[in-house]
Design a protein around this ligand. Sequence first.
Ligand code: PHE
Length: 490
Amino acid sequence: MQRERWDSRIVFIFAAVGSAVGLGNIWRYPFLAHKYGGGAFLLPYLIALLIIGIPLLILEFGLGQRMQKGAVDSFAAIKRRLSGVGWAALITSFIVITYYVVVMSWAMIYLFDSFSLRWGSDTSSYFYDTILQSTSSINEIGNISPIIFLALLASWIAIYFSVWKGVDSLSKVVMWAVPIPMVLIIALLIRAVTLPGALSGIALYIKPEFSALLDPEIWIAAVSQIFFSLSLAFGVMIAYASYNKKNQDVVEDAFAVGITDSVVAILAGFIVFGTLGFMAQQQGIAFEDVAVGGPGLAFVIFPKALSLMPFASLFSVFFFLTLVLLAIASAFSLVEAVTTTVEDKTRKIKREVISFVVCLVGFLGGLIYITGAGIYFIDLVDHFLTHYSLIIVGILECIAVGWIYGAEKLRKYINKVSKRDIGQWWNFSIKYAIPVLLIFVLILQIKEELGRSYAGYPNWALMLGWILVVGTFVVSFSLPQKKVKIPKGA
Ligand code: PHE
């Protein structure tokens, strides 16, 4: 049977950019930047992009395209027992998607609220009490929020209809779900930097503080941000590249996607900080008092700042529409990674059915995050997955491709299909530099974790985090393994 194909190379690039650019760019990046010394974060971030992000993106694109298979079978083709690497990526994807779509559904609620600026002046109480109906700690589960329940259902329906016909329907959706937010981001950028007071916020965003570079935490943050933002170690990029023709340019595509993702993140920083600078000035308060990270930024601080602007509804719609569209393209890439794998395995079940089951299970799995304690669970699970599972999958990918398949062998293939060659340096990064750096980051992180319990969560919650991480790898490597043939080269 013929493998499905993207309509064109541009569609593939749009889809990959759609997966990469998401909630991670709009609120995660800007606040990491601020937290770790403004302009100084840019340096570790760019270093992580160049020495880890782009080489790994080349690896994932190259592997998926060479093997013409999703994550599990791509690794199984190298060696039967390596299919566990693919499974670990997929299980991680699946856990991430359950909460990612919950955040998307918050954005959807806010998109509707934008027309009337329904959040009013107490945006914090609106978010935590009215929408989330949040309890005071993770120990208290509370109730399921009916409004988020509906929004979550709507989000999953939207995702299902984007993926149900596979590459065909995906292609149609990404052709507008990716460019529209890009235009909106430019509009928001122009608006933000021309607001009174914007420059004082931006100054903090880009002010370098080089002493921060000595802090190991900044490097951990930069590396996990690169993984999350480029959708690396999720099996997503492997699955997407598997729908390319065998002779498509890998190097150019990887650079295009990697650079676009970072440019959007950096621009989002200007939007966020410009807007916060404006808000601080309007309210006559110190910038530090408005600058909070995490979900509080997009759903508490931003609605407030937007309300103070001229044409508040219009810019609110722009902002939340951007979030929803970016989130949907990222979310369905996660579903697609899982569906691709199941489809590789069983040719008998129709893809519509596979996607439906994936979406249904994803929806049910998300219910825990829409309870009163939901936001704590999101924070907890996100922490363990991004700081451990992704990094470990990254290390295993390097070992599998660098040492077992052979970095040189994949490099030869990549150079054969790409206009610009990658040099020997790539072999060196995949075999030595990246795994060594990642192992180092992992050790630092474990040391940090043992030193103080993350965000003061109770032991049972932290246990749950560890079980998710360890369980992922135990399950992945005990699933049945089948031999997969490497297809003929380009
Ligand atoms: N890259 C996305 C973001 O920055 C998150 C994501 C990770 C999406 C993995 C798909 C797969 O928001």
